[in-house]
Structures are given as structure tokens and as C-alpha cells.
Write a protein that binds this ligand. Structure first.
Ligand code: DC
Length: 225
């Protein structure tokens, strides 16, 4: 027996991260936010002054950066050169730049391979002891782990998504660009607005976090039965 993989895709503001973390916590699984790998790569490039228009320079940085992930759903962290940069990767500067890495077709495969390796380690052992992992992102159900036991696409109305993010404290215009503008750029390389075959769409527009958590847990229970 190997561990369970729960793959959750969707755009920002759908409740994806909160729900993924909570599901991982309740099931004793690892929690892997793949967006953090794109964000940390962006931070590494910004720090080293890498020119984002030179795709091979970005890819070289991504291939050599020293990153460590802590897949604890109660306290997920990411380290760059042994420094905890979990808060720094959430700044507006990174949020508004990250699409340059996410749409870089030389850098993307390197991060994707890193992600597959992390998932493989968790289903065999890792911090979950082989129980498995909840993985969230944009291309997990389709590209990274199409064989996942549970595959869910979380969606929500655009305005609801912007309002949820703005509710977290930031300025609305910046949030609108960070959420909707970024979706548009990201959608040029990954498709995450429509569910692929076998992927359940979970529209969270009118759901509480708890209701969304329950919906994912039901799927996980079915998959383990
Ligand atoms: O989920 P997030 O906002 O932290 O994602 C950060 C960026 O990375 C966003 O621009 C989308 C991109 N991303 C991606 O292309 N593929 C993933 N699996 C996860 C994130």
C-alpha cells in the first residue's frame, strides 16, 4: 500500500489553500502548496537580479536554488538558503512577478519535476510516514499527478474571489490585478478553469470552508474505501 494523493487545482481566492491545509491536518497527511515553489523561485531571481526576460537565466536559477519545504499543514514553511521565506514569498512584489516564472517554459519543467519528486517521497514515506499528501496548484490534477486518488478543481465567482483576497487585508486594485490579472497570464500555460475528465468541480462561491472541507473528505473516504 502506498499513501493517498489528493490533488486540488484552481485559481486564487477559491479557498483552495485553506481547504487543502485543513483536509491534510484532519487526515494526518502532508500538505504541499506547489504555488510556493513558483513563488520561491521568483524571490530567488529577484534577489539575484536575474533578468526575467532571459528565460534560460531564470531556468538556471530554478535548477540551482537551495530550497527546503516543510510540508506541515499546521505550519507550512519554505526555506531558501536555510532562511525561512514563508512570509516573503507572499508579498505583492512576488505576487505580481510570479507569472514570469510560471509562464517560463524552461523553468516550469524543472519545478514540475521537483514537485513530482516531493509527491513520490510522501507516498512512500516522508513527513506523513507514507500516509500521503494533499497537493494544491494549477496543474496537479492534469499534469503533475493525473493518477491522484482524488482530483478536484475548486472554482468560485471572480468577484467573490477578489473580495475574499481583499478581505485578507490588501488594497482592492492590487488584489484585483494579483488575482484576475495573474489568472489570465497563468492561463496561457496551464488550464485550470475547466475540469479535465475524471476531475470533480467544486464551486465554493456559496460554500463555507467547512462545507468545502467536508466535500473533499467525502471524496477521500470514497477513494480509500
Ligand atoms: O497558488 P499561488 O498563488 O501561490 O501560485 C503562484 C503562481 O504560481 C501563480 O502565478 C500560478 C503559478 N502556479 C502554477 O503555474 N502551477 C502550479 N501548480 C501552482 C502555481
Amino acid at each position: 500500500m502506498t499513501g493517498i494523493v489528493i490533488a486540488i487545482d484552481g485559481p486564487a481566492g477559491t479557498g483552495k489553500s485553506t481547504v487543502s491545509r485543513e483536509v491534510a491536518r484532519r487526515l494526518g497527511l502532508a500538505y504541499f502548496d506547489t504555488g510556493a515553489t513558483y513563488r520561491v523561485a521568483t524571490l530567488a531571481c529577484l534577489r539575484e537580479g536575474v533578468d526575467f526576460t532571459v528565460t534560460s537565466d531564470v531556468a538556471a536559477m530554478v535548477a540551482t536554488m537551495n530550497v527546503e519545504l516543510v510540508l506541515d499543514p499546521a505550519n507550512p514553511r519554505i526555506l531558501l538558503d536555510d532562511e525561512d521565506v514563508s512570509a516573503l514569498i507572499r508579498t505583492d512584489t512576488v505576487a505580481l512577478t510570479v507569472s514570469k516564472v510560471a509562464t517560463n517554459l524552461e523553468a516550469r519543467p524543472i519545478l514540475q519535476q521537483m514537485q513530482r519528486d516531493v509527491i513520490a517521497a510522501e507516498v512512500e514515506g516522508g513527513r506523513s510516514g507514507g500516509k500521503g499528501v494533499v497537493v494544491e496548484g494549477r496543474d496537479i490534477t492534469t499534469v503533475i499527478a493525473p493518477e491522484a486518488d482524488v482530483r478536484i478543481l475548486m472554482t468560485a465567482d471572480d468577484e467573490v474571489r477578489v473580495a475574499r483576497r481583499a478581505g485578507e487585508g490588501a488594497d482592492v486594485a492590487t488584489v484585483r490585478e494579483a488575482v484576475l490579472g495573474r489568472d489570465k497570464k497563468d492561463a496561457t500555460v496551464v488550464s485550470f478553469h475547466e475540469a479535465a475528465d475524471g476531475v470533480l468541480t467544486l464551486d465554493t462561491t456559496d460554500l463555507t470552508i467547512e462545507e468545502a472541507v467536508q466535500a473533499v473528505l467525502e471524496r477521500a473516504a470514497e477513494a480509500s474505501a
